[in-house]
Design a protein around this ligand. Structure first.
Ligand code: SME
Length: 168
């Protein structure tokens, strides 16, 4: 059994350091991208307080216009397909840039999969300059995510930590 859950109130730098180590430990010996993304989605769910959805949308390799398709994730069932450029996830994929959204209702075109979601952080995962997936974190608390969260998740998707996620 794996028990990676951090203590309540762990400061963010320590939390993200431990999250990266746990992600490395869980994915290092596995080459299946779906298995690794599933464990990373579950780790994000375990580690991060005040979240109601953690997971991935992947660029569908069969879609001519780079549509995103759901999974793996932790949380409630969600929208299955997101056109590139639509919503927060689609914007992150189209621009190749992290979207830190303190109030989703103020974001033009936000896709409301869960009406409880108030804030969101979406980080693109790149391979050879292409966005192959995005990591999506949702929270029921407004302005839940800040620059420390952005830096922590960007470190998680960085080359050394996500080569195991990209073997799909
Ligand atoms: N809110 C997202 C859609 C994905 S779900 O929140 C899981 C968006 O606007 O891209």
């Amino acid at each position: 059994m794996y028990d990676f859950r951090p203590a309540d109130g762990t400061p963010k730098p320590e939390l993200y350091r431990d999250l990266l180590s746990a992600a490395d430990a869980l994915t290092a010996d596995e080459t299946d991208g779906v298995a690794n993304m599933a464990n990373v989605a579950a780790l994000l769910w375990e580690f991060l307080p005040d979240v109601n959805w953690t997971g991935f949308y992947r660029t569908d390799p069969n879609s001519e216009d780079g549509e995103l398709v759901l999974g793996p994730f932790a949380g409630r069932p969600a929208c299955i397909r997101i056109p590139r450029g639509k919503g927060v996830c689609g914007a992150a994929a189209a621009r190749g840039e992290t979207q830190l959204v303190p109030d989703v209702h103020a974001f033009p075109g936000h896709i409301a999969c869960d009406s409880e979601t108030a804030s969101e952080l979406v980080v693109p995962v790149l391979r050879d300059g292409d966005v192959i997936a995005v990591i999506d974190l949702d929270s029921p608390r407004a302005a839940r995510f800040d620059e420390e969260d952005r830096d922590g998740i960007e470190a998680l998707r960085s080359e050394e930590h996500t080569s195991e996620l990209q073997s799909q």
